[in-house]
Design a protein around this ligand. Sequence first.
Ligand SMILES: [Zn+2]
Ligand SMILES: [Zn+2]
Length: 262
Amino acid sequence: MRVTVLGKSPSWQDAGGACSGYLLQQGDTNVLLDCGNGVFGKLRERISYTEIDAVLISHLHADHFLDLVPFSYALGNSLLQQPVPVHSHQGTDSPARPRLIAPAGAGQVFRRVVGAWGGETLIEDSFALEEYAPGEEVTVGPIKAGFHPVPHFIDTFAVSLSSGESKVTYSADTRPGPEIVEIARDADLLIVEATLDSPEPEGDRGHMTPAEAGEQARLAGAKRVVLTHISDELDPDWAREQASAAFGAPVELAREFEAYEV
Ligand SMILES: [Zn+2]
Ligand SMILES: [Zn+2]
C-alpha cells in the first residue's frame, strides 16, 4: 500500500498547505483518509477525484472534513460527471459516487453545515454515505480500515489500515494514553499527531506534543513514525529532535506529497 500525504496542517493551514488528508493506494483502489480544508486541491494534483473509491473520515472537526463541500460540488456539477460530451470531455454514463465512511451522526452534521446556505443533502447526494460504529471494520478493495475510539474533544477514531501483511495506523487527533498505544501496536507505519508546543495547561487534553507522540510510538513498538497535524509555525528541527529522543530512533515529519510504501 502506498500512503501519500496530501495535507498535514493542524486546524489552520500552513502557508500553501492543507489540513488533514492522506491518499491510500493499492492496485486500482484509491482511498482518501480525511478531507480537511485544502485537501481537495492537493488531491487533484495527484489523481482525478472521479477515481476515488472511498473517503474515510476520522472525526467531525472542520479540519478533517470541510473539503467534502467542494468535492461534493465537483461530483454533482463538473464536466467530468456529465452524461453528454462538453468541451474536451467525452461524457460518462457512470458518474463517480464514492463511498463516504464517517462516524455515526455524520449525516446530521453534514446537513447542518451545508444547510446553512442551501440544499442540506449536498454531501449525501454526491457520496454514498455509510456511518460506522466504534470498533467497526470496513473493506475497500484490498484495503481494510478499522475505526478505534481515541480521547479527543468529540467522538474521534484512530484508523488502522492494512493490506496484506502491512499495518498502518493513523492516530487522528488524540491526547496521549493507552488507547493510541494499543491501536498502534507493532505498526509498520504510524502517522501520529504532534500538534502542541507544550501540553494543554488546563481542562481536558485532546492533542500531543512531539515528545509525547514519540513516547506513544515507542510504547506501541511502531517501526516507522511520521509526525503530522503540526504547524509550519513550529520549528521542524525541534519537533523532530523531541520526538526522536522519546522514540529512541529517528522520527520523520510529514510533508505534503511525501509517499510511504508499506
Ligand atoms: Zn480534532
Ligand atoms: Zn484536527
